[in-house]
Design a binder for this molecule. Structure first.
Ligand code: SUG
Length: 447
C-alpha cells in the first residue's frame, strides 16, 4: 500500500551564508571556484543576497526555512593535521605553515545545503518517518568536515522521534563520495504522493566505472553511496532509479547533476548532455515513472546543445535554478541573474515561458553573485524537505522564514559580518573573536 499525504508541501531550507564566505579556490572541477580564487569576497552582501531569495520565496506563499552556518574555523580539521595548543596558537601556526589548510578550515561551504544531506519524505520511507542522511562529502577536504555539524543542525530542526529519523553518513573509502541531494531528484504527480527517487552518480567504486572513462575533473558521487542512502531510508526498490552522469558534462565542469538538470513534481528540465546514456537514460526514467503512475503525465523538457551549449549552461547555471510549485499549482523557475547575461540562455528562458505547453509559467531572477562565484546557484543553496502539515508543525519556528525571523537574521548579519574578506585575511587573529561573538549571538536569535 502506498501512503499519501495530500496536505504535504515542499519546504526549502536554505543555507544561511556564513561570515567567512571567501574565494579560496578550494574546489578543483568547479570552474567558478577555480576561476575566482583569490578574489575579495563580500560576506555581508553574500548573506543578504541569500536571505533576499528566502524572503522572496516565502512572500510567494512557499514554505521556507534555513539552516545556520557552521562554527569556523573548523578546529578539528586543523588539529587533525597536527597543530596543537590553544585555538589561537593552532590558528597562528596553521596560517604560517599551511595557509591552504587554514582556508579549508575557514570555508563557508556549508551554505550549499543541497550537499548537506539526502532526505526521504514520510510518504516513501519504510516506517512513515522523514529520513535524513548527512552527506560525507569526502571528495573535498574543506567539505569533508561538514557532516558532524550538519547532523547537529538537522537534529535540532527535525527532532528525532515519532516523525524524523537521522542516519550516519555513508562510510568513507576511496571514491565513496556522497554529495547529498545535489544528485537526487524526486518525482511524483505532486508533493505528498509517493515518489520516484532519481539518483545520478558519476562513478561506481566496485564496477570501476570511472576508470573506463576519461574525465578531466574528478567525479564526486559514487553509485554505492546513493544505494546506501536509499537502503537506509527504506525506499521501496520500484521507487528508486539510478543513472550515470555523462563524462562530457563532468569534464565541462558539471561537478553535480544539479548543474545540468533540475526536476520538480512531474517535470524534468535537462540538458541533452547530462546523462552518459542520453536518450536511453530518459526513456528508462520515464518507464520507471510510468510504472508507478501509468496514466499520469511526465514532462521531459530537453535542452539541446544547439540551443544552449554546455559551456553556456555551466556559465549561466541555468540548470541550478530551483523549480518550484507555486500555491496556484503552476511552476516557477528560480534562476540566477547570470542567466539573463548569456544570450542563448536568456532566449531559451523567454521561449520556455511563451511556449505554454509545460507547467513552467514564470521565470524569477535573483542576484546571488557572491555565492555564484564559488559555483553555488539557487539550487545549491537549498535543501528540499517535503513535509506534511503535522511534520512542519514539529519544526521549531526559529528555523522558518517569516517577516520576524527574516528581520532578525538581517540585523544579525549587519552586526556581525565583515563587508569584505580576502583569503589572506583569514590569518587575522581578530577574526576568531568576531566569529565566536557572532555564533553566540546567533544562539540568542534562535532562542
Ligand atoms: O562543493 N564550492 C562548492 C559549491 C557547491 C555547489 N553545490 C551544488 N551544485 N549542489 C563545492 O564545490 C568553493 C569554495 C572555495 O573555493 O572557497 C566550494 O566549495
Amino acid at each position: 500500500m502506498m501512503r499519501m499525504d495530500t496536505d504535504a508541501v515542499e519546504v526549502n531550507f536554505d543555507g544561511l551564508v556564513g561570515p567567512t564566505h571567501n574565494y579560496a579556490g578550494l574546489s578543483f572541477g568547479n570552474v567558478a571556484s577555480m576561476k575566482n580564487r583569490g578574489q575579495v569576497a563580500r560576506p555581508r552582501e553574500a548573506a543578504l543576497q541569500g536571505l533576499a531569495k528566502m524572503k522572496a520565496l516565502a512572500d510567494l506563499g512557499l514554505a521556507q526555512g534555513f539552516i545556520p552556518p557552521h562554527p569556523r574555523p573548523g578546529m578539528q580539521l586543523l588539529r587533525g593535521f597536527g597543530f596543537a595548543g590553544s585555538d589561537e596558537a593552532v590558528i597562528a601556526a596553521a596560517s604560517k605553515a599551511a595557509p591552504h589548510l587554514l582556508a579549508a578550515a575557514y570555508s563557508a561551504s556549508p551554505m550549499w545545503v543541497a550537499n548537506a544531506a539526502t532526505v526521504t519524505p514520510s510518504s516513501d520511507s519504510f516506517d512513515g518517518k522523514v529520513h535524513f542522511t548527512p552527506a560525507n562529502l569526502v571528495s573535498k577536504l574543506h567539505r569533508s568536515q561538514e557532516a558532524p555539524q550538519t547532523e547537529r543542525w538537522l537534529r535540532r530542526i527535525f527532532p528525532e522521534g515519532e516523525r524524523f529519523a537521522h542516519h550516519v553518513p555513508v562510510p568513507v573509502g576511496q571514491g565513496m563520495g556522497d554529495e547529498g541531494a545535489a544528485n537526487h531528484t524526486r518525482f511524483a504527480p505532486r508533493a505528498g504522493m509517493p515518489g520516484l527517487h532519481f539518483f545520478v552518480y558519476g562513478h561506481s567504486v566496485f564496477a570501476n566505472v570511472e576508470d573506463t572513462r576519461r574525465l578531466r575533473f574528478p567525479s564526486r558521487q559514487a553509485k554505492e553511496a546513493s544505494e546506501a542512502v536509499a537502503r537506509a531510508h527504506g525506499i521501496p526498490s520500484r521507487q528508486v532509479h539510478f543513472e550515470l552522469q555523462s563524462a562530457r558534462a563532468i569534464s565541462a565542469g558539471v561537478f553535480h547533476n544539479d548543474v545540468i538538470s533540475v526536476g520538480n513534481d512531474n517535470v524534468l528540465l535537462y540538458h541533452e548532455a547530462a546523462f552518459e546514456h542520453g536518450a536511453r537514460a530518459i526513456k528508462s526514467l520515464a518507464a520507471a515513472y510510468h510504472a508507478l503512475y501509468p496514466s499520469q503525465p511526465f514532462h521531459l523538457i530537453k535542452v539541446t546543445q544547439r540551443r544552449v551549449p554546455l559551456v553556456d549552461a555551466v556559465r549561466s547555471y541555468l540548470f541550478n535554478s530551483q523549480l518550484v510549485t507555486l500555491p496556484d499549482g503552476s511552476m516557477a523557475l528560480v534562476t540566477p541573474g547570470e542567466c539573463q547575461e548569456v544570450k542563448t540562455v536568456a532566449a531559451f528562458l523567454r521561449q520556455l515561458v511563451e511556449d505554454g505547453r509545460t507547467p513552467i509559467r514564470r521565470v524569477l531572477s535573483f542576484d546571488l553573485r557572491q555565492s555564484m562565484r564559488n559555483g553555488g546557484g539557487p539550487a545549491c543553496l537549498r535543501l528540499r524537505v517535503t513535509l506534511t502539515k503535522r511534520e512542519l508543525a514539529a519544526v521549531p519556528g526559529a528555523f522558518l522564514i517569516d517577516d520576524s525571523t527574516y528581520g532578525r537574521l538581517v540585523e544579525w548579519v549587519m552586526r556581525h559580518y565583515r563587508e569584505v574578506l580576502a583569503p589572506e585575511q583569514l590569518s587575522d587573529p581578530e577574526l576568531v573573536a568576531e566569529l565566536r561573538a557572532a555564533m553566540e549571538e546567533l544562539e540568542r536569535v534562535l532562542g
